[in-house]
Design a protein around this ligand. Structure first.
Ligand SMILES: *Cc1c(COP(=O)(O)O)cnc(C)c1O
Length: 458
């Protein structure tokens, strides 16, 4: 086995190698993702239709399909310096334990107080809001990682924030709430009676634990109906993937220092932002025919948007007030089972990733949560790092691929995204240890109900 030419366990880029620009993958895609539509006119959405909801600069980035590299303002780079560059870690211990000839690398994004990659875009979004003179932001949070990241970013820029948190997570993760409040944001469990959308959902599904789609409806409604207020989203949208490209850019630079290049890139996919960011610069090479990397999105079997969803125009939220996006979706009224990877419980998928998947550039796999937690626990014991349940989806498939290499004897280089820490997910780990964790896989009939609600578009 040709293990190592002096590659350290942890590759830290020097601070002055924090990327100065984000990379916009759409500028290099052979065919663009279908445009966002205004559900009122069914025409592609215009900048002036997005700016009542989103900050001006973010709306521009959302619609920019041509600029390859976009400068990161110095104010954002200054904040990035507090927790970036993030380390790229060579999983030597895991390789040895598996007995695989594969080389396994992971980019660890959990090394900041919010505990996940979401801070990369949170700080950018808060920065642009502040620059524009916005007085208040609203958002939703599922598992709580996004709410935490955004509350950190907003406290840095002294911007008031209201967070609608999916009720099941609100109850399961009381300490997330405490952290968010520590950073000064207001937090409301969703669905709530503070909005029309929330009241409608409560009436239709009394006792529901909520969903991301439903919390989005509430947060957007408040932004639209309160002066000086804008809504921000932590995943799915193209400007979010743009900010997350910093993950891929740093990973590529770190690998290049050691003449490494991945044969396989793996990431978990909820709305697609960490995966989209991680793969961006490598996908560019693939699109341009310079590399033949395999890309794998990993999703929960309980919420299988790519592997079992339809590629169709759909709303981003349950209340049907967002623009329409063409994406792999389970239908915006699909309420995923209350499983433990809250950050992956979203009915749709980034339209750019959906397009890449539809065009065959990206593969997808769905995994049951008990298998994911088995891999999470193995990984924690072997690598000494407690992963978030979401991230553990990527770990699981990285292990599968490394074991395939063991069988075939191929020395592939595997890179996966380790998006966050699991410290706030101990209820889930407890449930796994007690053996009472179950796997919910929706039936065809249940999925069909979601598809039946898709908007009819010719
Ligand atoms: C939110 C989250 C995800 C999923 O979101 P994407 O937009 O698909 O990246 C994955 N891992 C962690 C730790 C998260 O917080």
């Amino acid at each position: 086995m040709s293990k190592n030419q002096n590659i350290p366990y942890r590759i830290y880029l020097p601070e002055d190698m924090i990327p100065k620009q984000w990379y916009n993958l759409r500028a290099d895609m052979k065919e663009l993702p279908a445009p966002m539509l205004n559900p009122g006119t069914m025409k592609p959405i215009k900048l002036e239709e997005l700016t009542p909801i989103f900050c001006e600069e973010l709306a521009k980035q959302e619609l920019d399909t041509t600029t390859q590299y976009i400068d990161i303002p110095q104010g954002i780079i200054d904040f990035y310096k507090m927790f970036r560059p993030a380390p790229l870690i060579r999983a030597y211990c895991l390789e040895e334990e598996l007995g695989t000839p594969a080389k396994i690398y992971y980019k660890f994004e959990g090394n900041n107080t919010s505990g996940s990659h979401k801070l990369n875009t949170a700080i950018a979004q808060a920065y642009y809001a502040k620059e524009q003179g916005i007085e208040r932001l609203t958002t939703e949070t599922g598992a709580g990682q996004w709410g935490t990241a955004l509350s950190m970013a907003c406290s840095y820029y002294k911007l008031p924030l209201i967070v609608y948190m999916v009720k099941t997570s609100f109850e399961q993760k009381p300490y997330r709430k405490s952290v968010i409040e520590t950073f000064g944001a207001d937090i409301i469990p969703s669905p709530s009676d503070t909005t029309k959308a929330g009241r409608a959902i409560l009436e239709k599904f009394p006792g529901t634990g909520g969903s991301l789609g439903c919390a989005i409806s509430e947060a957007v409604e408040v932004a639209l109906s309160t002066p000086g207020t804008r809504y921000v989203l932590g995943s799915v949208l193209d400007h979010v993937l743009l900010h997350q490209s910093i993950i891929g850019l740093e990973s590529k630079a770190a690998m290049e220092m050691y003449d490494e290049y991945p044969d396989i890139v793996i990431g978990c996919a909820g709305g697609g932002s960490n995966l989209g960011g991680l793969i961006a610069p490598f996908m560019k090479d693939k699109i341009q025919g310079k590399a033949d990397t395999q890309f794998i999105a990993v999703e929960p079997a309980s919420c299988p948007s790519l592997t079992r969803g339809k590629y169709a125009y759909d709303f981003g939220d349950t209340g049907k007030i967002t623009p329409l996006m063409k994406m792999y979706t389970l239908g915006c009224e699909f309420l995923p089972a209350a499983e433990h990877s809250g950050g992956l419980r979203y009915h749709g998928m980034s339209s750019a990733l959906s397009k890449l998947y539809d065009d065959g550039y990206l593969q997808a796999r769905a995994v049951e949560q008990t298998k994911v937690f088995k891999s999470a626990v193995d990984f924690a014991r072997i690598e000494g790092l407690l992963p978030a349940p979401e991230s553990s989806h990527a770990i699981h498939v990285a292990i599968e691929e490394a074991l395939k290499c063991k069988e075939s004897g191929e020395e592939k280089t595997i890179l996966f995204g380790l998006t966050g820490t699991g410290y706030f997910d101990m209820t889930a780990y407890d449930s796994f240890h007690r053996g009472d964790m179950s796997d919910y896989i929706p039936t065809e009939e249940e999925l069909q109900q979601g598809f039946d609600q898709l908007p009819q578009i010719d």
